[in-house]
Design a protein around this ligand. Structure first.
Ligand code: ADP
Length: 494
């Protein structure tokens, strides 16, 4: 597959205006294997103007949903047709094991298919008459695309995060400027190439690569952008919301988490261990909803910890392209440094490293980090309170349901939470008490394109996916007509 290295603006490929480039590293060996354009404000301006023109004067927002769905289905078809190659590109760029990348790319294709079906339904649903007590007026409510969308995405699920934003935005009739993460832009560029292949009208999807402050910030600040959709860290999310406040841009944010997983004493240990591992080691723990705080009832705590430790030690670590690897490298040198520092700080604050804790001895190059289990983590320690975004789990015993729920909710985040028990009544009670956008019962991490995704508290604003994700990209217009023959007569008659 042809790896792109230019910006995609207004249906054309072009280098960054100032000629800047960024090296692309393979996380499995730390070596640069490609370079992409490092754009700046001039490029962002060109992309936003192209998207604005495509929205204000172009065909895209004026087509029927059915017509737009045709393009979305074509995009999905091409992604599926090239799935192994795109997955391999994702592994080289991001590091994740190939099977996980294949799963992601399949999901990305499905996201386009799903929103194609919503675009088709939209034709019947976009205008709705509402009943009024005053018969002299007729009112209908029309849903319209919100306009030009600035989408900024992270590096943990590169193509999938692009799909979560681009698919619903395009389905709704918006035009998009997509800024992928600087460390993982290759599949977003491939998406641009696919959009070109399916003849998406110029300017409808633009992809601008480069650094957050150089590309993300000018996109956020641009006066011709109507809506910002962001997934990433809380710190950047907060800046984006502050910038959006200046000109009242619409904003949806999906930020970090420190999600709890409560394991009750009636749980089967094997099942609990399996889901806890899935909740923290999948994607090297670089998952915003990772269940990184595990609360285990004291009756089974020691047995559970022993079993979890034994299983964590068995995980095959290595290059994501190698067969049988279940844990790849972290995405970047910077992320490796961050996770290493987080574990060192936890230890300094009193935590015990049960297993893992750093680079695996046999892997001297690449950004590898062992599956790591911490206990005795003080509640005030940043390992307990802050997202680590790596394969690091904190495990802690609890003695009562009340304590478990209180500990689980004692966080500024609220993206997700999980509970494991065989008692259905208890599962429902705890699910109701947990303050999080997603609660998993007897599992951790499954997400479905049909179901809403987003956070309570500092984990974000708004919901992606499902019809909620479609709503993100719509405005609501009231059209009211006076339909009586009688004159209104407020001024003239009086
Ligand atoms: P991380 O620190 O893990 O890379 P970020 O929240 O910094 O997470 O990154 C998520 C996305 O936000 C990336 O595409 C990044 O380039 C972008 N970004 C970073 N800083 C800014 C900023 N000031 N304005 C807009 N986007 C930014």
């Amino acid at each position: 597959m042809n790896m792109r290295n230019e910006l995609f603006i207004d249906g054309k490929w072009a280098p960054a205006a100032r000629g800047g480039m960024l090296e692309v590293f393979n996380p499995a060996d730390g070596k640069a294997f490609h370079a992409i354009a490092a754009a700046s404000a001039e490029d962002v301006d060109r992309a936003v103007i192209a998207a604005r023109r495509a929205f204000d004067d172009g065909v895209w927002p004026r087509m029927s949903g059915r017509e737009r769905a045709h393009y979305l289905r074509r995009i999905a078809e091409v992604i599926r047709g090239r799935l192994p190659a795109i997955a391999e590109l994702e592994v080289r760029d991001n590091g994740k094991p190939r099977a996980e990348a294949e799963w992601d790319i399949g999901d990305a294709a499905y996201t386009f298919e799903y929103y194609a079906s919503l675009a088709e339904k939209f034709d019947e649903e976009r205008s709705e008459a509402i009943a009024l007590p005053d018969q002299r007026f007729k009112t209908r409510v029309v849903r319209e695309p919100v306009g030009v969308v600035g989408a900024i995405i992270p590096w943990n699920y590169p193509l999938l995060m692009a799909a979560w934003k681009v698919a619903p935005a395009l389905a709704a009739g918006c035009t998009v400027v997509l800024k992928p993460a600087e460390s993982t832009s290759l599949t977003a560029l491939e998406l641009a190439a696919i959009s070109e292949e399916v003849d998406l009208p110029p300017g409808v999807l633009n992809v601008v690569t480069g650094l957050g402050p150089d590309v993300g910030q000018p996109l956020v600040d641009h006066p011709l952008v109507d809506k910002l959709a962001f997934t990433g860290s809380g710190a950047v999310g907060s800046r984006i919301m502050a910038a959006a406040a200046k000109d009242i841009k619409r904003v949806s944010l999906e930020l970090g988490g420190k999600s709890p997983f409560i394991v009750f004493e009636d749980s089967e240990i094997d099942k609990a261990v399996e889901w806890v591992m899935f909740g923290i080691f999948w994607n090297q723990g670089q998952v915003c909803s990772a269940t990184s705080r595990v609360l285990v009832h004291e009756q089974i705590y020691h047995k559970f910890l022993e079993r979890l430790t034994a299983e964590a030690r068995k995980i095959t670590i290595g290059d994501g392209l190698k067969k049988g690897v279940l844990l790849g490298p972290l995405v970047s040198d910077l992320q490796h440094q961050r996770v290493t520092a987080a574990v060192e700080k936890a230890v300094a604050e009193g935590a015990t490293v049960v297993t893992g804790g750093g680079r695996p001895k046999e892997l001297e190059t690449g950004y590898f980090f062992e599956p790591t289990i911490l206990t005795d983590v003080p509640l005030t320690s940043s390992a307990w309170t802050d997202e680590i975004f790596g394969p690091v789990v904190c495990v802690r015993p609890f003695s009562s349901e009340k304590d478990a729920v209180a500990l689980a909710n004692d966080t500024r985040f609220g993206l997700a939470a999980a509970v494991m028990t065989r008692d259905a009544g208890r599962a429902e009670r705890v699910a109701a008490a947990l303050r999080a956008g997603t609660v998993w019962i007897n599992c951790s991490q499954p997400s479905f394109i049909e179901a809403p995704w987003g956070g309570y508290k500092q984990s974000g604003i708004g919901r992606e996916l499902g019809r909620w994700g479609f709503e993100n990209y719509l405005e609501t217009k009231q059209v009211t007509a006076y339909v009586s023959d009688d004159p209104w007569g407020w001024y003239i008659k009086h």
